[in-house]
Design a protein around this ligand. Structure first.
Ligand code: ZN
Length: 377
């Protein structure tokens, strides 16, 4: 699927995009991080059921700053849902639309903001993906498959209350680490192959530096961040990893580019056995496959496998729900992605065939199994 918003035949330059302003800290949602610009403004929050409690808890404080209304998101970011929200806003005077929740409600609010020309802010309640800080939204069809990727623009404000993220189920944070784990390797591969990044330009030094920092933070603080989240406490390690999952991975992938790891993710989504896995969990297995295909040194493979094992990210096909699969099935899942010329799976300088990718996935699985066996004796 190609991203809308990049015109054919237009000369490409280096390009990087960023959210307007990023706030992060425990308790900042109570006063909307003290943002003066929100004073006396009309804010319309779109939220999920789990976000309703947060609205109830903070409504009195918010009303001292601005006028807040809210509506419940249906749960799926479809064109029908986007039309419905636009209708809701048709006769209302609104200055800001906000998304309070996870990736899908963010994508819906972002698209509505783009259509109606509204400013928008994102308030994530989980750190499961790098969706908050980007300009693109994923739109699904009624069957739950990806229907389109739309680029609008990056949010004016991203408000990450780490107290809220710390209380969310730890699996979300770990999945976010899986998504963030890919950022460095995909940006580096895009750059090496001189392929376009996701925002429609070539790579910048700042995007590569951010992608590298994202990886370093995961290696340094990933395990302790998980422990903090398991105990529902905010610590410096958790703060570092939330920033890596949200801000660094967001800028890193959009301005650095996607490559094989996300391409493998897309292949895995074609196998129904993986449907119970989160995005970042499938991406993590995609990273292992990516490292094997791009012939990375054994020491780096050891580091990445050890990291995945230490935080509980998948390292085998069984870990992502695939206990029995034939090469033919894997190859079919891969061909459907490879046949899409706009897929990120083509962002590399290798000559990849379905057979090579099947072998790399099987090798990633075999290494994961060998290591598990060695650890259990
Ligand atoms: Zn991702």
């Amino acid at each position: 699927m190609a991203l809308s918003g990049v015109r054919k035949g237009v000369k490409m330059y280096r390009k990087a995009i960023f959210p307007g302003c990023y706030y992060q800290g425990e308790g900042l949602i109570k006063d909307f991080a003290g943002i003066d610009e929100l004073k006396d403004k009309r804010v319309f929050l779109l939220t999920t059921r789990s976000g309703l409690g947060i609205i109830e808890e903070n409504a009195d404080d918010w009303q001292k700053i601005c006028h807040v209304e809210h509506a419940l998101f249906c749960g799926e970011c479809t064109f029908a849902e986007i039309d419905r929200i636009c209708d809701l806003l048709k006769d209302r005077a609104v200055d800001y639309i906000g998304a309070l929740g996870g990736g899908k409600v963010m994508d819906a609010a972002r698209t509505v903001a783009g259509r109606l020309g509204l400013k928008f802010m994102i308030i994530p309640t989980i750190a499961a993906t790098d969706a908050p800080c980007v300009s693109a939204s994923v739109i699904y069809n009624d069957q739950g498959a990806v229907a389109d990727y739309l680029v609008t623009r990056s949010p004016e404000y991203v408000l990450v209350d780490t107290g809220i993220i710390a209380k969310a189920p730890v699996r979300y944070l770990v999945s976010g680490m899986g998504d963030a784990l890919a950022t460095r390797f995909e940006a580096e591969e895009c750059c090496r192959a001189n392929r376009m990044n996701v925002c429609g330009g070539y790579n910048t030094n700042v995007a590569l530096a951010i992608a590298g920092l994202c990886y370093d933070i995961l290696m340094e603080h990933g395990v302790n961040a998980k422990t903090a989240c398991e105990n529902k406490i905010v610590t410096p390690a958790l703060e570092h990893v939330i920033e890596a999952n949200t801000l660094l991975s967001g800028i890193g992938f959009e301005s650095g580019g996607l490559s094989i790891a996300h391409g493998i993710h897309d292949c895995l989504t074609n196998l129904r056995q993986t449907h119970a896995c989160y995005h970042g969990e499938k991406v993590a297995f995609g990273v292992l496959t990516h490292l094997i295909l791009t012939d990375k040194p054994g020491t780096l493979l050891d580091e990445v496998y050890s990291f995945c094992e230490s935080v509980g990210l998948p390292v085998t096909l069984a870990d992502i729900g695939i206990t029995e699969v034939e090469d033919r099935e894997l190859a079919e899942a891969i061909v459907s992605v490879l046949s899409n010329k706009a897929s990120y799976i083509h962002n590399h300088c290798l000559h990849l065939t379905p057979g090579l990718i099947v072998n790399a996935m099987k090798m990633a699985d075999a290494i994961g199994r060998r290591r598990k066996h060695a650890q259990t004796g």
